[in-house]
Write a protein that binds this ligand. Structure first.
Ligand SMILES: [Zn+2]
Ligand SMILES: [Zn+2]
Length: 375
């Protein structure tokens, strides 16, 4: 059943399209696609969701095109050389998961995909197992390290949370392949539920920003993100994008940032919120202003939302043209520490690594009232 909350109109900026894989033909295709997207972008009115009007603006595709093309060529030529020391051997991934069985944990599967265990419930975020983040098979941003676990190696999932419809976050094949879907609740932003219908999910809950639901005693709230959405040409911003707050009965409180630029004015939760034990933050793709944040700004975003432990993600899985991949989390960590976060509270995880969540840091806090939607 799909439950749709009240639809506020939030949306994003104009499309950059996808980066083809290699060769003169695909470069030409990229050029044509990008210019076409820029040219027609404003002509389409079917984008019901918008970012707040005074949030960071996306730079025009024409302005960004030379940099995108250069990054694309450079990335393609250097892909094989990228350091993979941030990837755990598979056997260690499996052992690490089993060693912390029963604890509240986070496992980084890669990109923005995490496996969260909260008070006995298992949550999967932004499940992405595909080789390309693209609508065109064999083209587009390419995964260069595999997902840490196969879909068939996952423990039984209770809840899937998806932040938005982009191809590196919403993998239709993956969500159609998860075992025991009849017992899984999918919690997604407004409009994204359409991709889960007909796949046999036990329940599908769509949330607008600041709307909440409780699934298996886990309180889940969709929060603003500064981003955009698109899966096919001429269907821009037809579904909402969001960050999420996840709160367990024992008080564990996680911020899952989705993709977002930093915007303290709009991302900071209401002042009466107690902050988060841990924030999972997207730090890659930051050459797109108004869409992602640079590592330093992402660290500040973690502070904005009041998170104690900061985890940089959305790096080291597909290459998005920001220089050596391992520089990103290093920059993030330096900025976070300079901004007052204890060094041990910046978790630069390895893909496949499992860590026990920090204990809830404020036992006396008052939980925000939730708008509980009928599932
Ligand atoms: Zn995105
Ligand atoms: Zn992304």
């Amino acid at each position: 059943m799909v439950n749709t909350g009240s639809a506020e109109n939030h949306g994003g900026r104009r499309s950059a399209g996808v980066l083809p894989r290699s060769g003169a033909t695909t470069l030409a295709a990229l050029l044509v696609f990008s210019v076409a997207a820029a040219a027609v972008g404003d002509a389409y009115a079917d984008h019901p969701y918008e970012n707040p009007p005074d949030s960071p603006h996306r730079t025009n595709i024409i302005t960004r095109l030379p940099t995108m093309l250069w990054h694309y060529v450079r990335d393609t030529l250097t892909l094989a050389k990228h350091d993979r020391s941030h990837v755990l051997p598979h056997a260690e991934t499996v052992a690490g998961l089993h060693a912390l069985e029963g604890a509240n944990t986070v496992t980084w599967i890669g990109h923005m995909t995490t496996l969260l265990k909260l008070d006995g419930r298992t949550i999967l975020t932004d499940p992405w197992w595909a080789n390309y983040a693209s609508p065109v098979p064999g083209m587009g941003p390419r995964r260069y390290v595999p997902a840490a676990l196969g879909l068939d190696e996952l423990p039984p999932i209770d809840i899937v949370v998806v932040s938005h419809s982009h191809y590196d976050h919403l993998d239709l094949k993956a969500i159609a392949s998860l075992p025991h879907r009849e017992r899984i609740t999918a919690v997604v932003p407004l409009g994204v539920g359409r991709y889960f219908r007909g796949l046999g999910y036990g329940s599908v809950v769509e949330l607008g920003w600041h709307e909440s639901t409780i699934v298996d005693d886990i309180a889940i709230t969709a929060l603003p993100a500064i981003h955009w959405s698109q899966r096919v040409p001429f269907k821009k911003n037809d579904t909402l994008w969001a960050a999420f707050s996840l709160e367990s009965p024992s008080g564990a409180r996680i911020y899952f940032g989705g993709d977002s630029d930093r915007d303290a004015a709009h991302l900071q939760p209401a002042h009466d919120t107690p902050g988060y034990d841990l924030a999972l933050l997207s730090i890659g793709g930051f050459h797109n202003a108004g869409v992602h944040c640079a590592p330093e700004e992402c660290a500040a975003l973690g502070h904005d939302v009041g998170a104690r432990v900061l985890v940089p993600m959305h790096w080291g899985t597909i290459y998005l043209g920001e220089g050596p991949p391992l520089d990103l989390p290093a920059r993030f960590a330096r900025a976070a520490v300079a901004d007052g976060t204890a060094a041990e509270d910046v978790w630069v995880m390895r893909i496949g690594e499992t860590r026990e969540l920090p204990a809830p840091h404020d036992k006396t806090r008052v939980l925000r009232p939730l708008t509980v939607l009928d599932r």
